[in-house]
Ligand binder design. Sequence first.
Ligand SMILES: [Fe+2]
Ligand SMILES: [Fe+2]
Length: 138
Amino acid sequence: MNEQKKIEWSEKLKIGIKEIDEQHQMLFKIANTVFDMIGQNPTKDQLAEVIGQLLDYTVYHFSTEEKYFGEFKYDKSEEHTAYHNSFETKVLELQNKYPDNNLELAIEIADFLENWLVEHIMHSDKEYVECFKLHGLK
Ligand SMILES: [Fe+2]
Ligand SMILES: [Fe+2]
């Protein structure tokens, strides 16, 4: 594990809907806070706090997308929501795996999120853009 690790935001991750792009960028920012903290000899409480922030914001972001799925009757709502739920299931698994080791937990969550997030934005989030735009989001 490289302690100087960063998740780089890039233009190709932009989906073209302001609110969502801002939330995705915020997720990258919080994930990078976790990576930074991992390299700084953190206390258990400090780690618990950043992990909590990351998970809270992730849940908030998912609920934003899912709110629009409902409003716009998005046809892939079910599979997309299942994908979100699979993230939450994975995090719960990791929390059970490391009940007393916040450092391992933080490393695994941040690593998992990095891969998951890029893949999810590129493949799943991009699919709802047309629908969201049709309903006036920009
Ligand atoms: Fe999503
Ligand atoms: Fe998203």
